[in-house]
Design a protein around this ligand. Structure first.
Ligand code: ATP
Length: 207
């Protein structure tokens, strides 16, 4: 659908096939024209800072999305101080793209439990729709625990925009752990990303 845009934020430390498969399925399911990957400078929801530099994470996203129609990357969060608040990012896109743009913020089911604590969540949900996808290892998105914190309309919007993506059991933290032990990750990241990690010796990769 023209003007329908998915904003996909993450630390992408590193980007992996779970991100890519989920973004492809969400693009199709929501009939979105574009998916914009937005690496965070630092997520407010994570205790540890990213392991790889901003430059490396951005480059890995660029390599991973090459050839995917409608996939783009934005480094806008690198230009603001940390932590990277989603509401500020979506506000930026809203100003850039205008009121005509139909914006979705894509996130995995693992993030549902933190949603009520997201900075300015009410404002964020006015600026865009939250599209929560299935994620392997987590229950199907269930907003019953969020009910005390959201209006009935917000809960309805969350429920209406659940995205049933295929379950791909991959996480960046597991990839970092494997690389630190010298294990192979070539079945978990796109080939050019695996090659980049190897060449730059990221994540303690000694290969
Ligand atoms: P980490 O293991 O370091 O916490 P991660 O694998 O969750 O990282 P992020 O960059 O934090 O990767 O994820 C960005 C977004 O993508 C989040 O909303 C997350 O829920 C979602 N996501 C990550 N991996 C998957 C996956 N395999 N399937 C579906 N969604 C995913």
């Amino acid at each position: 659908m023209k003007n329908r845009i998915i904003l996909f934020g993450g630390t992408f430390d590193p980007i992996h096939l779970g991100h890519i498969r989920a973004a492809e399925a969400a693009q199709q399911y929501l009939d979105a024209e574009r998916v914009i990957f937005i690496p965070a400078r630092r997520s407010p929801c994570k205790l540890e800072p990213p392991s790889a530099s901003e430059e490396d994470r951005l480059r890995m996203v660029q390599l991973a999305i090459e050839g995917h129609e409608g996939f783009e990357v934005s480094d806008c969060e690198f230009h603001r101080p940390a932590p990277s608040y989603t509401v500020e990012t979506v506000q930026e896109f809203r100003e850039r793209l205008g009121s005509e743009a139909d914006l979705f913020w894509l996130l995995g089911a693992d993030a549902v439990k933190d949603l009520p604590r997201w900075y300015q969540i009410d404002r964020l949900m006015e600026l865009c729709r939250m599209a929560v996808m299935y994620r392997a290892g987590y229950p199907k998105p269930d907003f019953s625990l969020c009910k005390p914190y959201f209006t009935a309309e917000q809960i309805r919007s969350l429920e209406e925009n659940v995205v049933p993506v295929p379950l791909v059991d991959i996480s960046s933290s597991e990839i970092r752990r494997r690389l630190a032990c010298g294990q192979d990750v070539s079945d978990r990241v796109p080939a050019p990303v695996a090659e980049y990690i190897r060449r730059r010796r990221l994540y303690g990769c000694g290969c």
